[in-house]
Design a protein around this ligand. Sequence first.
Ligand SMILES: C[S@@+](CC[C@H](N)C(=O)[O-])C[C@H]1O[C@@H](n2cnc3c(N)ncnc32)[C@H](O)[C@@H]1O
Length: 217
Amino acid sequence: MNRIDLIASLAKDSNTLLDVGCDHAYVLIKALLDYGCKMGIAADINIGPLNSALQNIKNKNLESRIKIVQSDGLKNIVDDFDTVIIAGMGGNLIKSIILDSIDKLNNKKLILEPNNDRPLVRECLINNGFKIIDEYAIYDMNKYYEVMVLQKGSCNYSDFEVKFGPILLKKRMPDFLKFYENKAKLLEKIIREVTSLDIKEEKEKELFEINKYILNS
Ligand SMILES: C[S@@+](CC[C@H](N)C(=O)[O-])C[C@H]1O[C@@H](n2cnc3c(N)ncnc32)[C@H](O)[C@@H]1O
């Protein structure tokens, strides 16, 4: 399963699926055609991606089921939806999109795939009353991705769970372990070669955490 297929599958059977930053709309199209989603909203801040989304939607005869909206985050979204995808963006941008429209996200299912700064995204949602209900780690075309699914609910995570992903730590998926095995090897190399004591100490701490909480647990 590739990244697009994984994300689309997590939206299975949504009534109205909103994709913020839809770009080509491949995820939305897949979710409607293969995973039983009924209606879609394809939103993007830029007109170029929306034109390409429109073309792809027309090619699959989905114009009557997918509405296209130019929007910065969820700011111009007026229609109701039950599931939202925000994928393929930096964690900081995803966090600001969420915080800008937190009132529109109550009781929604959130499917997020931040390219980086994942702890920032987890922390922001936990602080706003969401809990992580599932997490996935995959390599697609040699690039590592983590996808998280959230909904309203209380939870109590440790710092390590927020950092590495509470469900990923439990699931120990092969691609998650592979990512941290590679990261540990890279850190060992840096520790051997670096001359700055501060950097060495920081990398040793990071390596210790990876070994203790992921690779040897
Ligand atoms: C790398 S693409 C990811 C596309 C798709 N979500 C995926 O995961 O394959 C990022 C998209 O987010 C859009 N984008 C960036 N900032 C945005 C914002 N504030 N609101 C909505 N869309 C945004 C960009 O125009 C671009 O089409």
